[in-house]
Design a binder for this molecule. Structure first.
Ligand code: ITT
Length: 203
């Protein structure tokens, strides 16, 4: 039996504005407060886990410790079959430039370079994963996952979304996530699917 969320406040344990907008849209109208962790003095913890689950748990636990609130954390990434699942849990790291800033054009260029080294044949299959943890102050947590399968296409298409969206074409669609209406993406995406499971189980 999953624990139900019955509190007045929920904190989103992420700095990623793309994720925050998607979460708020997925929750829709709610009768509790949704707070961004940016309102606190939040030093994002080192993501030292070996899996999406472990990293999501690290972020959720730290956010709850800091705020005293139930937190929702997301660890997600893109897994390319040709690259044995890379960038995977390192998806955000691939965007970090030598000056420390994040640039997803740079990450996508690296992704394409790595794929081109593999003498791939189309389609270049890949999936996005989202691992969510809902974490309570008494250390109880519930976990949920969503995956969406598709392929990598380049050059990237579309200006919408965030991260690797322009190069991800979900199976059964003609538009990349970068071209798709963002709320349409949100319904079918790894995050949308994981949130669907979470909402049914805990809300
Ligand atoms: P937080 O840890 O603060 O949540 P982050 O961006 O560092 O933010 P992750 O460690 O989970 O988040 O890294 C996930 C990366 O995977 C993210 O930065 C994107 O590059 C990519 N990613 C995840 N979901 C995505 C989506 O819906 N569309 C495009 N790229 C996505």
């Amino acid at each position: 039996m999953n624990r139900k969320f019955q509190e007045q406040d929920l904190v989103l344990a992420t700095h990623n504005t793309g994720k925050i907008e998607e979460f708020k849209h997925l929750f829709g109208e709610v009768n509790f407060n949704i707070t961004d962790i940016g309102q606190y003095y939040w030093q994002p913890p080192e993501e030292t886990g070996k899996s999406f689950w472990e990293n999501s748990l690290i972020k959720a636990r730290e956010a709850t410790k800091l705020t005293g609130l139930v937190s929702l954390a997301d660890d997600s990434g893109l897994c390319v079959d040709r690259l044995k699942g890379a960038p995977g849990i390192y998806s955000a790291d691939w965007a970090v430039k030598s000056n420390g800033s994040r640039d997803f054009k740079f990450a996508i260029e690296k992704l394409v370079r790595e794929i081109e080294k593999t003498n791939f044949e189309n389609p270049c299959t890949a999936h996005f994963i989202c691992s969510l943890i809902l974490y309570w102050p008494d250390n109880h947590f519930e976990k949920f996952e969503g995956k969406i399968f598709g392929e990598i296409v380049w050059p990237g298409r579309g200006e919408k979304g965030h991260g690797y969206d322009p190069v991800f074409l979900p199976n059964g669609y003609k538009e990349t996530f970068g071209q798709m209406d963002r709320w349409k993406k949100n319904k079918i995406s790894h995050r949308g699917l994981a949130m669907d499971n979470l909402l049914k189980a805990c809300f």
